[in-house]
Design a protein around this ligand. Structure first.
Ligand code: MN
Length: 484
């Protein structure tokens, strides 16, 4: 790699940064680049490139999601302590404590290895602790992995598989949980072919079949544009885009088919408008012209997803009976959907922004409380259920929103409110109808717990159907209290 090409890439990063952060100290970023280039001088990556290419690649992915200077500089420097003789204290001296602590955090995460259940649980625990200390650490790690995946072909097969697995099992779900849809999709698609090579090829085939529909979809897009401008006199941007490969694969394998038939939302028409009322107005225009598929309309504007994703989704029968999904949202929602927590960075107070973000992540605070779980298999189970699974929103009779994993029951709800309400729970009204305690709740349900005042301990049967880790742990503890 010639010096010319290297410096071109640094320029690419600086151009990006200047585009979104007017207060950026580009000179300091340049210094960090020179510092890293010198520290890694003579080192080569497996693919023969100079090591600095990896540092630049990492920083580039960080600039693409509009991160602050400290994060980009830490991205450039992230491998120095582990790969060279220069330590963290040297970095602190040159670039300050904030950058040094980010680099140190990334190095700690780097020592995690995906190997077996035991290690996996341990890794996740460490990961969440580091997210809590500074969310930017895990974001740098995402960018680091992204570049690793781009150059994975140069590695021996077992290592390829390990890295790709780690991305799919650990990094992508966390990116998703942080609302970073773009990062999640890109990580998964890059890891996909190494983890499921056969499926990857099949999906590629399906994508090729989709090519044939391109013209048809273009027609729908134009038609939609015309309808909206005629009826509402607005001219929103419409983008028809194929979804991420891995998410299509996940969808298809869930429906146990690997064919295009019956999969409605491989292509989504995304309409970005100026304000919320335009979202609903556009939805009206679409539903007036094309018939919606029953049960497929979702209002994530009124009820955002737990990761703050907002949008209207609807699937309609278009001309010739073809089925197409529409996503309607504002510019701000579109930005949130792509960048998630990285969307609201305050470049003046980056450190504080990071702290504020983690403090407000309920699910993260919940996981940190789970640290004590001794059994790693159990820990993983509960993480998968509580954190990575889809969530539902249910309501108390007073109208408070309670956020639970899918398939939660009134008992989960009761324990979520208070462990004493859990202990004394004897029945439930779901939407005013008397329901059994193992009823699976749905988003929007109003749940009223019936309490038996003198009840001393919960039923051990409940352990057979509760979904949340919290309920399980508390039921067991309360039963134990009464055994002795
Ligand atoms: Mn690295």
């Amino acid at each position: 790699m010639s010096y010319y090409e290297v410096s071109m890439q640094l320029k690419d990063i600086l151009d990006l940064v200047q585009g979104y952060n007017q207060k950026s100290d580009t000179q300091l970023i340049e210094l960090a680049y020179e510092f890293a280039a010198q520290a890694h001088a003579g080192q080569k990556r497996r693919n023969g490139e100079d090591y600095i290419q990896h540092c630049l690649g990492t920083a580039y992915h960080l600039a693409k999601i509009k991160m602050d200077d400290a994060t980009i500089i830490a991205g450039l420097l992230h491998d120095i302590p582990d790969e060279t003789s220069i330590g963290v204290s040297e970095i602190a001296k040159n670039f300050g404590d904030e950058v040094a602590s980010l680099v140190e955090g990334v190095c700690k995460l780097g020592k995690l290895k995906y190997r077996g259940m035991e290690r996996y649980a341990e890794n996740l625990r460490k990961m969440f602790v580091s997210i809590a200390s500074d969310i930017r650490i895990v974001i740098i790690k995402f960018a680091d992995r992204m570049h690793n995946l781009e150059t994975l072909d140069a590695l021996p097969a077992p290592k390829q598989e390990r890295i790709a697995h780690e991305v799919i099992e650990i990094y992508a779900p966390i990116a998703d949980r942080l609302g970073m849809g773009y990062m999640k999709g890109e990580l998964e698609d890059r890891a996909f072919k190494y983890v499921y090579p056969d499926a990857y090829e099949q999906i590629q085939d399906i994508m090729n079949q989709l090519e044939a529909k391109r013209e048809y979809l273009l027609g729908i897009s134009t038609k939609t544009q015309t309808l909206i401008s005629e009826q509402l006199a607005i001219h929103p941007g419409i983008e028809s885009r194929v979804k991420h490969l891995f998410s299509i694969y996940r969808k298809l394998s869930k429906e146990q088919t690997l064919s295009l038939e019956g999969v409605y939302d491989i292509v989504a028409m995304r309409i970005v408008v100026e304000n919320v009322s335009d979202c609903y107005a556009v939805l009206g225009v679409i539903h007036q012209y094309w018939k919606p598929l029953p049960g497929r309309f979702k209002d994530y504007i009124a009820q955002p997803k737990p990761n703050n994703y907002q949008s209207l989704h609807t699937t309609v029968f278009c001309d010739d009976g073809e089925i197409v999904e529409f996503q309607i949202r504002t510019q701000g929602m579109d930005y949130q959907a792509k960048f998630g927590i990285a969307a609201h960075w305050n470049y003046d107070e980056s450190n504080k922004t990071s702290q504020k973000i983690t403090k407000n992540l309920d699910w993260l605070q919940e996981i940190l409380k789970m640290q004590t779980a001794e059994n790693s298999e159990e820990y993983l189970q509960s993480l998968k259920l509580d954190i990575f699974q889809n969530r539902i929103f249910v309501f108390t009779p007073q109208g408070d929103v309670i956020n639970l994993p899918e398939e939660s029951t009134p008992v989960d709800f009761a324990y979520h409110i208070h462990s004493e309400i859990g202990r004394k729970c004897s029945g439930a009204r779901v939407n005013d109808i008397l329901s059994s305690l193992d009823t699976k709740l749905n988003s929007g349900d109003v749940v009223d717990i019936i309490i038996e005042k003198n009840r001393k301990k919960p039923s051990s049967d409940w352990l057979g159907f509760v979904k949340t880790h919290m309920a399980k742990v508390r039921i067991k503890a309360q039963i134990r209290e009464h055994v002795s």
